[in-house]
Design a protein around this ligand. Sequence first.
Ligand SMILES: [Zn+2]
Length: 346
Amino acid sequence: MRPHDILIPQPDGLFCRPGDFYIDPVRPVARALITHGHSDHARAGHGAVLATQETLDMMRLRYGDNFAGSTQAINYGEEIRLGTTQVKFHPAGHVLGSAQIAVTCGKLCIVASGDYKDVADPTCAPFEIVPCDVFITEATFGLPVFRHGNPAAEIAKLLNSVAVFPERAHLVGAYSLGKAQRVIAMLRQAGYDAPIYLHGAMETITRYYESRGIALGELRLVKDAKKAELAGTITLAPPMATADLWTRRFPDPLTAFASGWMRVRARARQRGIELPLVISDHADWDGLCATITATGAGEIWVTHGQEDGLVHWATSKGLSARPLALVGYGEEDEEAALPASDEAKA
Ligand SMILES: [Zn+2]
């Protein structure tokens, strides 16, 4: 059996014929396996959905109780038989509940890793290396210019700015699912124990993280605060909100943005970001290369992002590599959503 007899890209998504399911399909299908809760991977309208409990909960929070015909929760490490395949979920280290999906059929194992990162994150289980024959990797930051560095140093930069400008309100743009909670948890790790303010759009998902045991300290909503009270505080908000009239409710706002894209200075300038923070939930170039090597896979399929650079690198290492023609990812995960074409304009 060849890898393509097990998983094959189709317009609806990555299809497993022997298991009769799709992984992260972009259109409604009869049976879907979902890697994580970002809306470009987790869509509503499927017949049956298999995912971790957290991913199912996030889909329910976003789409309502009837987001799928039926649901089944699977734990990390648990094995389920689907058709003639064995399916196992492993931590992807991307956001709470995120998983890589290992599909084994006969002697061949293929791992679809979804979005992932190989660095510590206090809000989710750490990425696990899963030995396999074929590794399917994302390539959001698949160019050597993308090296994220130490995220704790970026948090220290933010805290330093708060200390230097105690009269200014610090607005940190961060994606609502995952990034915002990670930034809050890292601020707590760094010893910051003042109340942290939230844009209303982040409340539900942040409270959900807390309900799963992620300690985030005292959180308050911006809408409940008076303007003067916000001086010297830190607020987390969706990236779009930090650029609109909403910022008028803050005294002398200083805008930060937590994203792997902040490595590109022109992009930070273009967005009017005073304090770019290079904190990403996607593996950087070194992380992608190290992970590919560590899986021991001889064949690499590269999807969503900068495929060419990674394909070229893998080929130069003697691996068989090719881009996978999958569309529809990176459109709603705001971090993944800033494409290379935007880069060229910057
Ligand atoms: Zn994602």
